[in-house]
Each structure stands twice: as C-alpha cells, then as structure tokens.
Ligand binder design. Structure first.
Ligand code: HEC
Length: 291
C-alpha cells in the first residue's frame, strides 16, 4: 500500500485529484524506473514479451509455439491481400498512409491536429475505407484486425514512438488516458494499474499478471481463448483468434465487472494513447500470441 501511494504521488495523482503535475516525458521516466526496480533482472527490451519476460517455463512454451507455425500466419496473408485490394475509388489502403503504410505502426496512435482527435491505426484504416467509397470494417477483430496485423508485421523491430505534441488538446487526451488507467472501476474496484503496475508477476485468477510496460507492442494478438470462442460459433478461419488492443481493454474492464466502453470511444482512444506512450522505445512485435 505504501508503495502504491508513493508511485501515485510521483505520477502526480494525489488522492482524488488528477491535476497535471508531470509532463508525459517525466511520467515515462518514473514509469520505467518503477518496472526496473520491480524486475531488476528483466532487460528493458524484453518487456515487449509480457508475462513471457517474467517466467522461464512459460517463455519456453511460448517460443515453441511461435517457432512452429504460429496460428496468426494466415491472418497476415489475409491482411496483406486486403491491404493491396483495389477499393471502389481504384486506390488501395496504401494511398492513405505515409510510406504506403509499410513499417509505420510504431507511430500509432497519434494526435491529429486537424481533427483534434486521437487516431488509432484501426480508425485510420476505416477512415481510409470510407474515403475510398467502401464500408468500414467491424471493430475489434476479423478483417480489420488482419489488416492492422499485417501492418504491425511490416513494422516489427521498429521502436514505438508516440508523440504528445505541444497542443493543449493532445495533452488533455493523454491526461484523460492516464486518468482512465489509474482510476478504480467496476464492482471489484480495480484500476488497470492495480493489476499491471502494482502487481505484475503475481497471480490473479490463475493467470500471471503482465507489466504495463510493453503491453502495447504486439497488437493485434491471436489468443487461444478468442480462438476457442470463435470455434464455438463455427469460425475456425484465419482471423478466428485475433483481436485488437481495445478488444483486450474490454475484456479487462469486464474482469472487474465494469461496463466496457465502445470500440474507438474517446475513452478507449485516450487510454490507448497514454498506454502506448508508456511503451515508447520498445520494438513492435505484433501480431502476438497469448493465452
Ligand atoms: C483484476 C486484474 C486486472 C485488471 C484490473 C486489468 N487487467 Fe489487464 N489483464 C489481466 C490479466 C489476468 C491478463 C492476462 C495475463 C496478462 O498478460 O497480464 C491481462 C492482460 C492484459 C493485456 C494483454 C497483455 C499482453 O501481453 O498481451 C493488456 C493490454 C491489458 N491487460 C490491459 C489492461 C488495461 C488497460 C486495464 C484497465 C482498463 C486492465 N488491463 C485491467 C488482469 C487485469
């Protein structure tokens, strides 16, 4: 409890008030230092591997799974096909992105000054669909996740570089995300930080908790749990186990019996902005594999 209070104070989150005391850069420094202290043996770059950076047996099993035909492979092929498909306008998705959309995932989400909003990669893809005369994809999984998975795949190894530009609206979005992350919610009254900042490395409901540092590097993720759920509905296709980071946010909200927010709501966009910023400097390694 004492440590919790110290960290919350250090992050400028005094009891009940969420005034801006620290800049994003200062927040990041404190955040990294916390995990370094908690896991002195884990190298900074290894935090990208979530629980597999903490537990040798689980890591070995996971590496086997990755080496031997990881189940997300077909989704990358599908994503590539959809990414290159001609849209009604005659253009492809590549036309909406810098560098033709290749190797750019590390810059998402970003704050768009013209729109005054946080733009996640999935929003950018769907905006592009609409701009080119097509219907947007459904959020959270399926084809949209396959496309963002392909884009993540082309960005593997690039270090996350989220920026909070000197614009009060960008800073407000960052602060909103930070507040979300540290606010207790749901019947169980847990914040994201309670599990992923103050208790990573311990067990919750039979699962090892991952550190928040590095949680944003490997999306979308192919999960056994999601694949099972899809299979129970007859879907064993290339995207069956795939989900975006916001699908995971919903799951973690439900775990504490809080009502999840809508995909790409201002709340989840702000959360993804803050949360991804906290993984700055770590390499993209999506799509990922998880239980
Ligand atoms: C009651 C504890 C609990 C709370 C609160 C919680 N989570 Fe989780 N979360 C888990 C568990 C358990 C897992 C699965 C094991 C793991 O990777 O941590 C998980 C997994 C995740 C993952 C996937 C990690 C990976 O490497 O793939 C992300 C991202 C995540 N949580 C984000 C959040 C966010 C953001 C919040 C707040 C909205 C939150 N969690 C709240 C328990 C929690």
């Amino acid at each position: 409890m004492k440590r919790l209070i110290i960290i919350m104070t250090a992050l400028g989150i005094a009891s009940g008030s969420f005034a801006v005391y620290a800049s994003p850069k200062e927040d990041l420094k404190i955040f990294r230092a916390h995990f370094k202290k908690r896991f002195p043996k884990v190298k900074f770059k290894d935090f990208k591997d979530g629980i597999y950076a903490l537990d040798a047996d689980r890591r070995a099993a996971w590496l086997d799974w990755e080496d031997f035909a990881p189940p997300y492979t077909d989704s990358i092929d599908l994503g590539k096909k959809l990414f290159r498909k001609k849209l009604k306008s005659g253009k492809t998705l590549a036309s909406c992105f810098k560098r033709g959309g290749i190797g750019i995932k590390q810059n998402f989400p970003y704050f768009d000054k013209a729109q005054g909003k946080v733009i996640t990669l999935e929003v950018a893809i769907n905006d592009c669909m609409v701009k080119n005369g097509e219907k947007p994809y459904k959020w959270g999984k399926g084809k949209l996740a396959a496309i963002s998975g392909y884009m993540a795949y082309t960005s593997r190894g690039k270090k996350i570089k989220i920026k909070v530009p000197n614009d009060p609206r960008a800073l407000a979005a960052y602060e909103q995300g930070k507040r979300f992350f540290y606010s207790k919610r749901g019947q169980l009254n847990f914040s994201c930080a309670d599990c992923h900042v103050y208790n990573p490395g311990t067990m919750a409901r039979g699962m090892l908790l991952s550190p928040a540092l590095g949680q944003a590097t490997h999306w979308p993720v192919w999960r056994r749990k999601w694949a099972k759920k899809a299979a129970s509905k007859g879907d064993t296709g290339p995207t069956a186990g795939l989900g975006t980071i916001q699908r995971r946010y919903k799951g973690c909200n439900k775990q504490v019996r809080a009502k999840p927010f809508k995909f790409q709501s201002p709340q989840y966009r702000a959360l993804e902005y803050f949360h991804t910023y906290m993984s700055n400097g770590l390499p993209i390694n999506g799509p990922g594999l998880r239980q």
